[in-house]
Design a protein around this ligand. Structure first.
Ligand SMILES: [Zn+2]
Length: 260
């Protein structure tokens, strides 16, 4: 009989990938009491502060309309994240009809935790690297001092939204819009400036607004935008990025060339 490690929880949690053994554990020993107390304080005090903010910011309290909007919004967004993004999209815990699927994604998006795709990618990474290097939701990444925990707690909740993960090191994103352009974000930002120019045409001397899109285009293509971003990508991603450059349009989205 093969020995098995008992697992708690449902089987829908993502299986551990082979790479788990390669990344370092962020904590080895049990957490010290002071760390646990600090964690509780970080969880409870902001919530109490929120309650205290109600009379301060609104005058004296909330009406039933306010409370109903809060309750409905909270439940919708909460189920959207826990049932939709987490159980359904990340772990495939159940099957859903097309309309339920769309409803869950819309509800989850109300929580303003980013796109469903990004959320699922981050959460799968969290399961793959739990409390190890590469886990976006571990509060232990900055050590066990109070300061480290405060930083870690912030990172686990919000900071991960802003930072690239080490498990992505050396990899090039060539999916979605990035399949057609190496810098679709710059391209669409530029289109916004083109739109200002078009609006401006309605007024006398409006054509002068052409300065906007032209100067932004020059900055993006020649000065700060693409040159600097690509320099950085070549340094951090090397050949993988060089191959990407050969096949994919730099700016205007276009079909990728076959790599040679
Ligand atoms: Zn999960």
């Amino acid at each position: 009989m093969t020995p098995q490690i008992a697992t708690v929880g449902d089987r829908s949690e993502a299986p551990a990938p082979a790479s788990r053994s390669r990344s370092a554990a962020l904590i080895e020993a049990p957490q010290p009491t002071v760390a646990v107390i600090a964690l509780w304080a970080f969880v409870v005090i902001p919530f109490l502060a929120l309650l205290a903010a109600v009379p301060v910011a609104w005058g004296w309290g909330l009406s039933y309309v306010d409370l109903s909007i809060l309750a409905v919004g909270y439940v919708l967004a909460g189920f959207g994240i826990t049932v939709g993004f987490h159980r359904y999209l990340t772990h495939g815990a159940f099957r859903a009809s097309r309309s339920l699927r769309i409803g869950l994604v819309v509800a989850g998006s109300l929580a303003i935790e980013g796109s469903a795709t990004q959320w699922v990618a981050d959460h799968r990474r969290h399961h793959a690297f739990s409390d190890r290097e590469g886990d976006p939701h571990s509060p232990w990444r900055y050590g066990q001092s109070i300061r480290g925990l405060a930083k870690g707690l912030f990172f686990a909740h919000c900071g991960w939204l802003l930072k690239r993960e080490p498990s992505n090191r050396g990899r090039v994103c060539d999916a979605g819009l990035w399949r057609y352009s190496r810098h679709p974000n710059y391209f669409f930002e530029w289109l916004v400036w083109v739109a200002y120019f078009v609006f401006a045409l309605a007024s006398p001397w409006g054509w002068l607004a052409i300065i906007g899109p032209v100067s932004i285009l020059w900055l993006l293509l020649r000065v700060t935008g693409i040159p600097m971003a690509e320099e950085q990508s070549l340094r951090s991603r090397g050949d993988a990025f060089r191959r990407y450059q050969q096949t994919t349009s730099a700016f205007i989205p276009w079909f990728p060339k076959r790599s040679t």
